[in-house]
Design a protein around this ligand. Structure first.
Ligand code: GAR
Length: 208
């Protein structure tokens, strides 16, 4: 059984999708061993507690820099013998210490089709504001391994979602969550836990 840690900062709907997938038997080779929040007020913590998953808070305010936060986080994850880290709406950029400790074992969900609408400063609702401002007719979500480059690691899964007439950033965000993020994130976690993902350069191969 792979021990999974989910890192959150807010509402935690992607965490909920993972909890529900596990309860439905869709992640047979993984167990949720920790939920780590960057804020003590994140609603995601309540979701974790309800599901009986141990919770931790690593508050950015307690650390002088993202690097200090990352070092503390890496120590916690090592101590908990975590095999896979899932960034599910985690809003801080983690530094190389974590990527070095967990090469190709950190997965992020991003609410756009990378390489569109990604990179530093492109997170949460901003992503959908940018997609609407650009006028794209299709957006979606991407699940990828985390590398040192923000949103730049090898892509595991993507799913396209149509932009509709009259969409607001909030409406588009919700549609992308429902039709893409909540589906491809649990799927990628399951594939990882069953050792079905191999990385070759930038490309991720999915074994049958
Ligand atoms: C999700 O849409 C996720 O893709 C996005 O934040 C939201 C978190 O929602 N992440 C990023 O923008 C990362 N760059 P949630 O807390 O309800 O899962």
């Amino acid at each position: 059984m792979k021990r999974i840690a989910v890192l959150v900062s807010g509402g935690g709907t992607n965490l909920q999708a993972l909890i529900d997938a596990k309860a439905a038997g869709k992640i047979p080779a993984g167990e949720f061993a920790a939920v780590v929040s960057s804020s003590p007020d994140a609603y995601a913590l309540q979701r974790a507690e309800k599901a009986g998953i141990p919770t931790y808070v690593i508050n950015r305010r307690d650390y002088g820099s993202n690097q200090e936060l990352t070092v503390a986080l890496t120590a916690l994850l090592r101590e908990q013998k975590i095999d896979l880290i899932v960034l599910a709406g985690f809003m801080y950029i983690l530094t190389r210490e974590l990527v070095d400790a967990y090469p190709n074992a950190i997965i992020n969900v991003h609410p756009a089709l990378i390489p569109s609408f990604c990179g530093e400063g492109c997170y949460g609702l901003h992503v959908h504001e940018k997609a609407l401002a650009y006028g794209v007719k299709v957006s979606g979500a991407t699940v990828h391994f985390v590398s040192e480059e923000c949103d730049g690691g090898p892509i595991i899964l993507q799913k396209a979602v149509n932009v509709e007439e009259g969409d607001t950033p909030e409406v588009l965000q919700r549609r992308i969550m429902e039709q893409a993020e909540w589906i491809i994130l649990p799927k990628a976690v399951d594939l990882f836990c069953r050792d079905k993902l191999t990385v070759e350069g930038r490309r991720v191969h999915i074994l049958s």
